[in-house]
Design a protein around this ligand. Structure first.
Ligand code: ZN
Length: 174
């Protein structure tokens, strides 16, 4: 996915916006994908300023002129993880099936978030990008069902727990 790169990494590895850094190589920013130095093309541009005709939107470019096709996708991916980690919230849109509203748009709040945590069991070893926990939701050892499966359209909060997903897969046909 090629896109406009407006988020980069600073020297400390934090995500920064094109509108919050110095212009040119002085931005001291790096590509989220290849980690090469970037220059900020943001001179006299702010996030709320209307662009003139043929004026390019503020963006980062690789200092050596190379094209990095995955940079924008990686930046958005990192940003999504950061937002989930900081807010512990996922805002889901309303979902319709044949013009009937099945799920109302609402925020789902989580008790805990873990990023890039390695999980291991007898059957698999995985490292999910992010795990969102809801400790209040119940898990039925007998049926192997969690609320994620049986009440996605209810007002209950959802569970995204790896142990439950694992058991859900082995015990459930859905
Ligand atoms: Zn790159």
């Amino acid at each position: 996915m090629k896109g406009i790169l407006q988020i980069a990494l600073d020297k400390a590895g934090n995500l920064v916006s094109i509108y919050d850094v110095k212009t040119g190589i002085d931005c001291d920013c790096y590509c989220p994908e290849c980690k090469e130095p970037l220059e900020a093309k943001n001179k006299n541009k702010t996030s709320n300023k209307t662009l003139l005709p043929r004026q390019k939107v503020a963006h980062f470019a690789h200092y050596d002129g190379s094209i990095c096709l995955s940079a924008t996708e990686t930046a958005i991916h990192l940003l999504a993880k950061m937002v989930l980690k900081e807010t512990k919230m996922l805002l889901i849109p309303n979902l319709f099936h044949k013009e009937i509203e099945i799920i109302k748009a609402r925020p789902i709040l989580f008790d805990n978030v873990e990023v890039e945590k390695e999980l291991e069991s007898e059957t698999f070893k995985i490292k999910p990008d992010i795990i969102l926990y809801d400790y209040d939701s119940s898990y039925n050892e007998h049926t192997g069902r969690s609320k994620t499966y049986k009440s996605f359209n209810s007002k209950d909060q959802n569970v995204y727990c790896p142990k439950q997903l694992e058991k859900g897969k082995t015990n459930e046909s859905n």
